[in-house]
Design a binder for this molecule. Structure first.
Ligand code: SF4
Length: 263
């Protein structure tokens, strides 16, 4: 049987007993919802689909539209101060459970709800910025203000050399290094700080450092007075190589610097 209801002041003929949220969705009236599926009995878990309903002789009250069945004369308001307040509470509760959820943040901004800033794992300690500038000398990171909060972002001029020091020093893992095939990508959130080709270790053949980092080390050692041999060795092979060399050239030191006594 068809019944008449009003949605936001407009008359509609709908099937009696149909779920109100389903009707709203079918008529293109925007109402947020996460936990409703037309094939299942509503769980009323997310509490986002709240609307205001007035029925003959009764004062307006807020209900979850997924749980309401359409009845003759029902008047539905999908946006009001009370609805907004309850949706704000609902989205706050959902974000406590899933603070990193893009979907929840997107719904929040679509319906003007208060979601706060999406956490990015960064605690704004600036260790990455300082190590990159003060120790590496690359100055590839900086802090900027966006929507009232400070964010670590890549410097515009692409000065990153892909050394990975920032990822090692970051206490929360907010800056990441991903080595895929022969390319290293340094990232924070979804912003790329640097993408660099990797060099292979001359001994074991594994990719171990970026070309730019190796060049950087070469440049910074160029002014050193001692003559140096140039090697492309990963840290593990470099250690083994150094120990072997010590055994040959200075066996008495090999015991001390090699870690374990040698034969
Ligand atoms: S990987 Fe790039 S941003 Fe990180 S410390 Fe090295 S040069 Fe700086």
């Amino acid at each position: 049987m068809m019944v008449s209801i009003k949605i936001n002041g407009k008359d509609h003929k709908v099937e009696q007993g149909q779920r109100l949220l389903l009707v709203l969705q079918q008529k293109g009236v925007k109402v947020p919802s996460l936990c409703f599926h037309h094939a299942l009995v509503p769980a009323a878990a997310c509490k986002l689909c709240v609307v205001e309903i007035t029925e003959a002789g009764k004062p307006p009250r807020t209900r979850l539209s997924c749980a309401v069945k359409c009845r003759e004369g029902m008047q539905v308001i999908t946006e009001s101060a009370m609805v907004h307040q309850l949706r704000n509470k609902a989205i706050g509760d959902l974000l406590k459970l899933a603070p990193f959820s893009d979907v929840i943040h997107k719904i929040g901004s679509e319906f003007g709800l208060t979601t706060g800033v999406k956490p990015d794992g960064c605690i704004r300690c600036r260790l990455c910025i300082r190590v990159c500038a003060d120790i590496i000398g690359a100055r590839a990171l900086k802090m900027i203000r966006r929507e009232g909060l400070q964010y670590v972002v890549p410097a515009e001029d692409g000065t990153c050399i892909g050394c990975g020091t920032c990822t090692n020093i970051c206490p929360t893992g907010a800056i990441r290094a991903e080595d895929k095939e022969n390319v290293r990508t340094i990232m924070i959130r979804d912003e790329v700080i640097g993408r660099h080709p990797l060099e292979r270790c001359d001994i074991c053949g594994r990719y171990y450092a970026t070309t730019r980092f190796i060049e950087h080390v070469k440049e910074s050692e160029a002014s050193h007075p001692n003559e140096k041999e140039e090697h492309h060795h990963c840290p593990t092979c470099a250690k083994l190589y150094a120990r072997r060399k010590l055994r040959i050239t200075a066996p008495h030191l090999a015991k001390t610097y090699g870690g374990k006594p040698v034969d």
